[in-house]
Design a binder for this molecule. Structure first.
Ligand SMILES: [Zn+2]
Length: 241
């Protein structure tokens, strides 16, 4: 039930697209900067079910960009605080939480039932585990990453275009990035737009392109990218021409 909440949205997208949103299950891995913006927008759109994965607790240094949390949440598990906040904007949403780190050995269990997986992470090791899972299970995976004023987005549709490992075969070293909220919001919004298109069938997914945003100019650039036929993750998969 959503009463008047979605009236202005259904007027735009129609009830069939709204039904598809309400029947979809989206996993958000990492509910920090990107992930909290992504989860909030997905809840507001009326996505029926979310799976939230994050082992961290809220810290004061998160509050410049992690839109789901406030001072009262400091020290609490992020997935718990996030689920509470998301239910305030969408009381009928179904939320499954996992307050643990996603690994090679638990990825199948943590992401079971998901239709689409959203990258809200800040480390490449975990991203590449999800990329491998997405290719293996043929699920869409929407990568996002941010650093300073820059963000990047890649839509991975297994069997159609490159996977994350085609472009970034080796995880770059993890480091603490400095960041402003508007870069995070811009990047997360594009990730949500891509998920929205895949779920509803409206528009066309940004396939075969690495999207780079610069929140300071601002610009959104599309760089054509191709799959690597010898990619160890997706190289063996049959691809559409
Ligand atoms: Zn690949």
């Amino acid at each position: 039930m959503h009463g008047e909440r979605l009236a202005r949205q259904i007027g735009l997208i129609g009830s069939e697209a709204q039904r598809r949103l309400s029947e979809s299950t989206v996993a958000v891995v990492g509910v920090g900067g990107l992930g909290s913006h992504i989860a909030l927008q997905l809840a507001m759109l009326g996505v029926g079910s979310l799976i939230l994965v994050d082992e961290d607790r809220v810290e004061e240094s998160d509050l410049n960009r992690q839109i789901l949390y406030g001072y009262n949440d400091i020290g609490r598990p992020k997935v718990k605080a996030a689920a509470e906040r998301l239910r305030e904007v969408n009381p009928s949403i179904n939320i499954r939480v996992h307050a643990e780190r996603l690994t090679q050995s638990n990825v199948d269990n943590l992401l079971r039932g998901s239709d689409i997986i959203m990258d809200g992470l800040d480390n490449w090791e975990t991203r590449l585990i999800i990329n491998e899972y997405a290719v293996r299970t043929r699920k869409p995976f929407i990568h996002g990453g941010v650093d300073s004023y820059y963000g990047q987005i890649l839509v991975v549709l297994p069997g159609r275009g490159p996977c994350l490992a085609c472009l970034f075969p080796k995880p770059p070293p993890s480091r603490t990035v400095n960041i402003v909220v508007q870069t995070v919001a811009l990047t997360a919004s594009i990730q949500v737009s891509e998920a929205f298109k895949l779920i509803t069938g409206l528009g066309k997914p940004a396939l075969g392109r690495l999207i780079i945003v610069d929140s300071l100019k601002p610009t959104v650039e599309h760089i054509p990218v191709q799959r690597n036929p010898t990619c160890p993750v997706c190289g063996g998969l049959s691809h559409e021409p």
